[in-house]
Design a binder for this molecule. Structure first.
Ligand SMILES: Nc1ncnc2c1ncn2[C@@H]1O[C@H](COP(=O)(O)OP(=O)(O)OP(=O)(O)O)[C@@H](O)[C@H]1O
Length: 260
């Protein structure tokens, strides 16, 4: 049994904007075990989204390596990358930026089932109904246009779409940041339930340490393109070691005073 699902080693990525060079990622290393949630927290511009985009193969790295499910992830291309992409899925902050807002919920969920051949064509409507039910939406929502849903409902559809291909890793990039507090709580509960039930590992990316603390087993703190601290979630919040982690704890008064 392999106890490492994802292993990132010395990943670096620079951007040049005009004469300025930005090290968005500077020798980043981390691991995620099967079924584990690693929270990735850091101030705006610390490199979180750059890491998620490289993981999802939406952006290339300058240096470093990624092993995912025992495979050299950055070496995959063509059909082998398409096939394996089903195993790592992402939920973004704003599903409308990714989905066609005019599409029906059913069409949004049918796409990954068809593209990745998850189930035979005649079983896809039943699978869509099951996915909707799993994320707490009535099956008849399949006929509704995505744009007619609330923010929380859209995020449930985004999660249903992400789990449709039966991934082993979900990358959640500020996935609850745009939601109001009550809806956010319900979506976090759904994510924790799904994880327990299906053993999916999560990389939970957020600038909000309180949210990350609520769902993560371990937390990694990013600052200026580097991971400056990693540790068990409760211990890291109770006794942050780095300036960046201390600043994030201090930014959430409830965390600073509550030893969890
Ligand atoms: N395409 C790009 N071109 C130039 N610079 C970029 C580009 N993408 C990211 N950067 C820079 O890289 C650094 C890291 O950005 P990134 O978006 O990864 O941070 P982040 O932690 O996700 O921030 P946020 O929470 O605000 O999304 C920032 O300085 C950003 O300005």
């Amino acid at each position: 049994m392999n106890d490492v699902l994802l292993s990132v080693e010395n990943l670096s990525k620079g951007f040049s904007s005009g004469a300025r060079q930005v090290a968005a990622l500077d020798n980043v290393s981390l691991t995620i075990a099967p079924g584990e949630t690693l929270g990735l927290v850091g101030a705006s511009g610390s490199g979180k989204s750059t890491l998620s985009r490289i993981l999802l193969r939406l952006l290339s790295a300058d240096a470093g390596s990624i092993r995912f499910e025992g495979v050299d992830w950055l070496a995959l291309n063509g059909a082998s990358l398409r096939r394996r992409r089903a195993r790592m899925q992402i939920v973004f902050q704003d599903p409308l930026a990714v989905f066609n807002p005019l599409a029906s919920v059913g069409a949004v969920l049918d796409d990954p089932l068809r593209i990745h051949g998850v189930v035979a064509k005649d079983r896809r409507p039943g699978e869509i109904a099951m996915l909707l039910e799993r994320v707490g939406l009535p099956a008849d929502y399949a006929g509704r246009p995505v744009r007619a849903l609330s923010g929380g409902q859209r995020q449930r559809v985004a999660i249903a779409r992400a789990i449709a291909t039966r991934p082993s890793l979900l990358v959640l990039d500020e996935a609850v940041s745009a939601l109001d507090v009550t809806v956010r709580g319900r979506i976090l509960e759904l994510l924790v339930d799904l994880q327990k039930e299906q053993g999916i590992a999560c990389l939970f990316i957020s600038h909000d340490l309180a949210v990350v603390r609520a769902v993560s087993h371990r937390i990694a703190v990013m600052d200026g393109g580097r991971i400056v601290e990693t540790g068990p979630a409760a211990a890291l919040v109770a006794a942050p070691q780095s300036d960046a982690a201390r600043a994030l704890v201090a930014a959430v008064p409830r965390l600073a005073t509550d030893p969890c």
